[in-house]
Design a protein around this ligand. Structure first.
Ligand SMILES: O[C@@H]1[C@@H](O)[C@H](O[C@@H]2CO[C@@H](O[C@@H]3CO[C@@H](O)[C@H](O)[C@H]3O)[C@H](O)[C@H]2O)OC[C@H]1O
Length: 484
C-alpha cells in the first residue's frame, strides 16, 4: 500500500483514485476534553472532568499517589479504544479516525525536548488497530506547549494562547513533530498529520510563519504524508493565508464546521427552513472560501451537534435530539454535494456528543453521578452548555462590562467567535469555577485499591458503552454518499 496524497481538491490513493475520508475524532482519549469522557469536568466530552487535563492528572496523583494515578490513566487509554471499537467503527462504513493527542504524552514541561518513548505506546497501538480494520488515521496535535488557542482543550489553564507569544513553545512543537515524523514516516495507514488544532493567533501572521516552519521541519524528514492545516480562529478563518499555499505541497486545509443550530445556544428551533438552510450553507462556504478560490483541498476536521440527555433534559430529550439530527442531516447533504471528507466530533464520550457513550450503569458513571449533575447544573463546560440555571449569576458581570467598557472594546479576540458572554462564560465557569472542582473530582478515588481503579477505567471499554443509534444510522447512510 502507498500513501494517500492530496491532488488538487481531492485526496487520492496511489492509483489516483479519489478517497473520501469519512469518520470521527477520538476526542477525550489522548487529550482530554471535559465533556468528552473521563472527567467532563470542563467541557471535553471525554470523561466529565473539570478544569484542564494537567490539573486533573496532578490532582489525582495528589489523592492516590503517582503510581496508582499513572495506572489509572494507562488503563483508561487502553480500555478506551480496543479491537472491538475499531471493528464497530468499520462496520458503520467509516474509514478514518482523527486522533487528537496532548503534547504532554511525549514531553515533560520540566524536561523539554526529551522524548518520552512511552507516549507512543497507545498511539501506536490504536493506529495499528485501525489499520488492521482498514481505517486510516490522521494525527492531530490538539494540545501544544503553551496553548495554541484560548480554550480549555489546549490544556494551558488560561485563556491566553501563550504559544503565540513565546518562540520557545513553537520550537518545542517543531521538535515534537520532527520526532513524530521520524516515528511514523513509513506508516501508510496514516492519512496525514494535522499539526495544530484550532489555532487562535490574534495577529494572524504568526500562524502562517509557524506553518512555514512546521511544513519544512516535517518535510525534511517525511516527504510522504499529507498535511492538514487548520485555519485560524478555531479552524474557521483562512482570510490571511494569501499565497502561502504556494509553498506547500500535498496539503489539505481544515475547517471546523460547528453550527450554532446544533447547540443549546441556538437562537431558534431548527426546522430546516429555507432561511436556516441558507444560513447553514453560508457559514460553511465562508469557512472554505479561500480554498475554493484557489482550487485547494478541504477537510472538515470537526463538526457535529451535541445531544440532550434524559437525566438532564428529561421529557424534552427526544424532541431536542430529533432537531439536532435534522441539523446533522442538512449538514451532510451539503457535504455530500461537495464530496467532502469529514471527521465528526466525536467517537466516544460520556453521553454529550459521542457515537458511543459510557453507560450510566458503569462504575465510573455511578461513582460520579452527583458530581456530573453538579457540573451540568453549573454549566462549567461552557462550550455547548445550557447555562439557563446559572445565567443570572453571571449576567451582572456581563452588564457591568457593557456599562463600563466602550462598545468597541467589548469584543476581544477571538471575537466574533467569542462574544462578550462567551468570554465571561469561558473565564468564569470553564476556568475559574472548574478549578475549584478539580480536587472534588479526584477525591472520588480516595482509598480505592488498584483493582477498583482498574474497574473504574474499564467503564470506558466498548462493551460498557451504549450506542447513539440515530447518529450512527445517519453517519452510515452518508459514509460513502456523494454527488456524482
Ligand atoms: O477539543 C474539542 C475542540 O477542538 C472543539 O473546539 C471548539 C470548536 O467550536 C468552537 O466554537 C464554535 C465556533 O464556531 C461557531 O460557529 C460555533 O457555534 C461554535 O460552537 C469553540 O470555541 C472551540 O473551543 O470543541 C470541542 C472540544 O472537545
Amino acid at each position: 500500500m502507498a500513501y494517500l496524497k492530496v491532488s488538487g481538491t481531492k485526496i487520492v490513493d496511489q492509483n489516483d483514485k479519489e478517497i473520501i475520508l469519512r469518520g470521527a475524532g477520538l476526542g477525550g482519549w489522548m487529550k482530554w476534553a471535559h465533556v468528552e469522557s473521563l472527567f467532563e469536568i470542563t467541557v471535553d466530552t471525554l470523561a466529565g472532568y473539570p478544569g484542564c487535563e494537567f490539573q486533573i492528572r496532578a490532582a489525582l496523583a495528589d489523592v492516590v499517589g503517582s503510581e496508582k494515578s499513572e495506572f489509572f490513566f494507562d488503563k483508561f487509554l487502553e480500555y478506551f479504544f480496543t479491537d472491538a471499537d475499531a471493528a464497530f467503527f468499520k462496520s458503520l462504513g467509516l474509514n478514518c479516525i482523527r486522533i487528537p493527542f496532548n503534547y504532554r504524552h511525549f514531553e515533560d514541561d520540566m524536561n523539554p525536548k526529551v522524548l518520552k518513548p512511552e507516549g507512543f505506546k497507545h498511539l501506536d497501538r490504536v493506529i495499528d488497530l485501525c489499520a488492521k480494520h482498514g481505517i486510516y488515521t490522521i494525527l492531530d496535535l490538539h494540545t501544544a506547549p503553551g496553548g495554541q488557542n484560548t480554550d480549555w482543550h489546549s490544556d494551558a489553564g488560561t485563556h491566553i494562547a501563550n504559544f503565540w507569544l513565546h518562540k520557545d513553545f513553537q520550537d518545542r512543537t517543531i521538535w515534537l513533530w520532527e520526532e513524530l515524523a521520524k516515528h511514523y514516516k513509513d506508516n501508510t495507514w496514516i492519512a496525514g498529520y494535522n499539526p495544530l488544532n484550532e489555532p487562535t493567533d490574534p495577529y494572524q501572521t504568526r500562524l502562517i510563519a509557524f506553518y512555514h516552519r512546521i511544513y519544512k521541519a516535517i518535510r525534511d524528514i517525511d516527504p510522504y504524508h499529507a498535511l492538514f492545516l487548520d485555519g485560524n480562529t478555531f479552524a474557521s478563518d483562512f482570510s490571511h493565508f494569501g499565497d502561502a499555499h504556494k509553498g506547500w505541497e500535498n496539503t489539505a486545509y481544515s475547517i471546523h464546521d460547528y453550527s450554532v443550530f446544533g447547540f443549546p445556544a441556538s437562537p431558534e428551533k431548527y426546522v430546516s427552513s429555507e432561511v436556516q438552510l441558507k444560513r447553514l450553507k453560508r457559514s460553511y462556504l465562508k469557512k472554505r472560501e479561500w480554498m475554493d478560490q484557489r482550487g485547494l483541498c478541504v477537510w472538515n476536521g470537526e463538526w457535529g451537534p451535541v445531544y440532550a440527555r434524559k437525566e438532564y433534559e428529561g421529557e424534552l430529550t427526544d424532541a431536542i435530539n430529533d432537531e439536532r439530527f435534522k441539523v446533522l442531516k442538512d449538514q451532510l447533504n451539503i457535504y455530500n454535494e461537495d464530496r467532502l471528507s469529514w471527521s465528526i466530533w466525536l467517537y466516544k464520550d460520556i453521553g454529550f456528543q459521542g457515537m458511543v457513550h459510557v453507560s450510566r450503569e458503569t462504575t465510573y458513571m455511578t461513582l460520579f453521578k452527583d458530581f456530573l449533575a453538579k457540573k451540568h447544573r453549573l454549566a462549567i463546560d461552557a462550550w455547548g452548555a445550557d447555562d439557563s440555571q446559572i445565567r443570572h449569576v453571571y449576567q451582572p458581570l456581563i452588564d457591568l462590562i457593557k456599562q463600563e467598557v466602550s462598545p468597541e472594546h467589548q469584543n476581544l479576540y477571538p471575537a466574533p467567535v467569542w462574544k462578550l458572554q462567551d468570554r465571561v462564560g469561558r473565564l468564569s465557569r470553564n476556568i475559574l469555577v472548574s478549578e475549584f472542582l478539580v480536587k472534588e473530582w479526584a477525591e472520588h478515588f480516595r482509598g480505592k485499591s488498584t483493582e477498583e481503579i482498574d474497574e473504574i477505567a474499564k467503564s470506558f471499554s466498548f462493551d460498557k458503552c451504549l450506542h447513539r443509534d440515530g447518529l450512527n444510522k445517519i453517519l452510515t447512510e452518508n459514509a460513502s454518499s456523494v454527488a456524482e
